[in-house]
Design a protein around this ligand. Structure first.
Ligand SMILES: Cc1cc2nc3c(=O)[nH]c(=O)nc-3n(C[C@H](O)[C@H](O)[C@H](O)COP(=O)(O)OP(=O)(O)OC[C@H]3O[C@@H](n4cnc5c(N)ncnc54)[C@H](O)[C@@H]3O)c2cc1C
Length: 309
């Protein structure tokens, strides 16, 4: 079957095809189905771990196959059995159409490429901040399941439709789930509580428009922005963003923080040595408008240069 440009790219990178066979399917919510599969060869290649995912080729009935990414929600590598959770969204595409009708014995091809399981840090942080939509809940569930019970988790989940709240979320004793109604791509970013996130780890997996705004918001809280890189499929943070700021927030000149900021005395600035090749400082005054009537310039005809000390 034709796989178009994505197929050519996969071939060029030497992606190996594995055949997977449907064993059974189970409704997990009114718009979510868990399909269990078996493969003889897939787990020779797969590194299983939180957020690990595969690329599945779904036929659309017209002789073409389309590649879509799906996260492992159950894995038994020894027997070659695993499950994928499909959110059945509308308008539907080849993947959700296929999953709706999947029956035992059906087969599809998959590739395992560029999925890197998320590492759980040895040095426990203050907490984990997880953000995503219905399609990222399978990945978020694998992260929650791998977390030590004593670490707090704050999960912000975007609700596209009321049925999203039926989607099962893994249990954790210190998990707080915040459902956020999607009014637009900014909804998740706007919902993140303005608080001290020092020494928290963040992971975000919503669609790209929301991810961009989440990045900007997390940056405001001190998370390093480059750590929220997303996958080539445009959907997924592959690594943690660790907010390594000290636990005590530093005072800011113009504080927008909602919590009281303690006043910590700053050390005096170190005296600067003049650089031998430095240009002389710019004149503290710069011409603003020509003096009226040809009179000699007066002080109010000048404005102070911003670099003047
Ligand atoms: C790394 C990774 C892992 C993923 N894991 C999972 C997973 O475990 N389970 C899962 O359900 N999805 C998962 N997704 C998302 C899934 O790959 C996409 O939702 C995919 O586009 C669905 O394919 P489709 O053929 O059904 O719809 P498409 O043909 O891609 O899209 C058809 C229409 O549906 C819309 N649409 C697509 N996805 C959604 C959605 N989630 N909600 C609402 N509307 C949508 C599109 O905008 C489009 O209008 C994952 C994505 C990535 C990148």
């Amino acid at each position: 079957m034709a796989r178009g440009f994505s197929g050519a790219v996969m071939r060029a990178f030497g992606a190996q095809d594995h055949l997977i066979t449907v064993l059974e399917s189970e409704r997990r919510a009114s718009h979510c189905v868990r399909v269990r599969f078996h493969s003889d060869t897939l787990f020779d290649e797969v590194s299983d771990g939180p957020t690990s995912w595969i690329r599945v080729w779904f036929p659309d009935g017209s002789g073409k196959e389309f590649q879509r990414a799906y996260t492992f929600s159950e894995v038994d590598a020894a027997t070659g059995r695993f499950a994928l959770d499909f959110v059945l969204h509308e308008p539907s595409g080849p993947a959700s159409n296929w999953a709706r009708a999947a029956e035992p014995g059906d087969t599809v091809a998959v590739n395992y490429m560029s999925s890197v399981p998320l590492e759980i840090p040895d040095d426990p942080p203050a907490g984990y901040l997880l953000l995503g939509d219905s399609a990222s809940i399978p990945a978020i569930n694998t992260i929650i399941a791998a977390m030590p019970p004593e670490i707090p988790i704050e999960a912000y989940l975007e609700e596209h439709e009321p049925a999203d709240r039926e989607l099962p979320v893994s249990h954790h004793p210190r998990l707080r789930v915040h459902w956020v109604h999607r009014a637009g791509p900014q909804s998740l970013a706007d919902a993140i509580e303005a608080r001290d996130w020092s020494n928290w780890y963040a992971w975000a997996g919503p669609e790209q428009g929301s991810l961009k705004l989440i990045r900007a918001r997390l940056k405001e809280f001190g998370f390093p922005v480059r750590r929220h890189t997303h996958s080539p499929t445009g959907h997924r943070a592959r690594r943690w963003a660790r907010n390594g700021r000290p636990r005590t927030p530093r005072p800011r000149r113009r504080s927008t923080a909602p919590f009281p900021v303690p006043t910590v005395p700053r050390p005096p600035p170190r005296p600067r040595k003049p650089h031998p090749h430095r240009c002389p400082p710019p004149s503290p005054f710069r011409h603003r408008r020509p003096p009226a009537g040809g009179r000699p310039p007066r002080r109010e005809d000048f404005w102070r240069h911003s670099s003047a000390r």
